[in-house]
Design a binder for this molecule. Structure first.
Ligand SMILES: Cc1ncc(COP(=O)(O)O)c(C=O)c1O
Length: 386
């Protein structure tokens, strides 16, 4: 039987009846955009992520862009982020006219290296061309970045901290979700994400009502919100009074309805993912360059299970012959991608990022992987003599 890299069908079988009923309810009431499910889901998502507030939007990329827009980040601002991440992390920075500055990651957790971040901020300050404004930390492959260290650096230098938790929503550090430290935490509901819907979706978790209102305006074409209506009375629908230039970034009611059902089983699925991760760690001990290291006190949601191997491409080819699908995240780091190559890099370059791009390999990972299937994968990895 073929092995799934991510088995979304197994999850669907578990909750299919509830999904069908939830979707039917939206079809019955007909409020397809910003319907009651959207507000209900935002409240439940905030509660799960230990945040006072959550604002949904169309995808995890917009979720990073919205706070940058709301804070007025723009030309002359430096936004520090890893290069070892998915494109969306740095992509939104030039959208608003600001400059991404790429910072190296730690060799064990693959997340932002706090010491290198601080050195990069100091270098940008010393050069005086750009103003350090924001740090975007990524919870890569599902595990939390070193938030206590990153928060301290942001406080020392007066920067905002964004947690790009597209891969890590649900992860914790010492029991706290990223919003405990970050100004905003963003996530993606792309289907393959640990908490995914059946299309595109995203959200921002936050603790500031005024920022929520501003992003609510921005996600609906800059519509007037309460803070804009203090002056003369506007007698028409406020969405036809535009207080600023925004965008269209809404979550569909059907996706929110699906996410409500998936969120109900998410905590259980995180535990199931941990069981799978533990079996890999035990089974692969000593036979690969590395199995994942999670930060002390961290709980990963295991979006991916990424090993390192000195002959990564040889191992991937061997596994393919054994019917084991794999993926490489990420073969070309962002600073080496042509449209991003001219942006600044932290002092000392990105040697860890460049080395990781050569050795990382993601194995099949999802909560519903049975022991026999996983044993086949482990045996196939061990059977490689490259
Ligand atoms: C780290 C990271 N940030 C942002 C995103 C963007 O999410 P979306 O695809 O929903 O726009 C992704 C998703 O692929 C991601 O992995």
């Amino acid at each position: 039987m073929s092995i799934a890299f991510i088995d979304l069908a197994a999850q669907q079988r578990r909750i299919r009846d509830r999904l069908d009923a939830a979707i039917a309810k939206v079809l019955d009431h007909g409020g397809y955009v910003m319907g009651p499910e959207v507000r209900a889901f935002e409240a439940q998502l905030a509660a799960f992520g230990q945040a006072p507030l959550a604002l949904s939007c169309a995808n995890g990329t917009d979720a990073i862009a919205l706070p940058l827009m709301a804070w007025g980040i723009g030309e002359g601002d430096a936004v520090f982020c890893p290069s070892f991440t998915f494109t969306a992390t740095p992509e939104v920075v030039p959208w608003v006219g600001a400059t991404p500055v790429f910072v190296d990651v730690l060799p064990d957790t693959f997340n932002l290296d706090p010491a290198k971040l601080e050195a990069a901020i100091k270098a940008v300050k010393a050069e005086g061309k750009l103003k350090p404004a924001v740090v975007i930390a990524v919870d890569l492959f599902g595990q939390p970045a070193d938030y206590p260290a990153l928060r301290a650096i942001c406080d020392r230098h007066g920067l905002k901290l964004v947690s790009d938790s597209a891969q890590g929503f649900g992860c914790t550090l010492d029991g706290h979700h990223p919003i405990h430290w970050a100004d905003v935490a963003t996530t993606s509901f792309f289907p393959a994400k640990p908490l995914g819907c059946y299309g595109d979706g995203g959200a921002v978790l936050l603790n500031d009502q005024a920022l929520w209102d501003l992003m609510d305006s921005l996600r609906v074409h800059g519509k007037a919100v309460a803070q804009d209506l203090n002056g003369p009375v506007f007698e028409h629908d406020a969405k036809y009074l535009n207080a600023r230039i925004g965008m269209n970034s809404r979550l569909d009611s059907i996706q929110a309805a699906i996410l409500i059902e998936k969120l109900a089983i998410f905590a259980d699925e995180i535990e199931m993912r941990q069981v799978v991760a533990d079996r890999y760690a035990e089974g692969l001990k000593g036979s690969v360059l590395s199995t994942p290291t999670v930060i002390a006190g961290g709980q990963s949601v295991w979006a991916q299970y990424v090993i390192q191997h000195q002959n990564r491409d040889g191992l991937a080819a061997h596994l393919k012959t054994q019917g084991v699908p794999t993926a490489v995240y990420y073969p070309v780091p962002m600073h080496a991608q042509e449209p991003y190559a001219h942006f600044p890099r932290g002092a000392g370059g990105l040697p860890v990022t460049e080395a990781l791009a050569e050795t990382v390999l993601a194995l099949p990972m999802h909560p519903y992987m049975d022991e026999a299937t996983q044993a086949r994968i482990i045996e196939a990895v061990k059977g490689f003599n490259g």
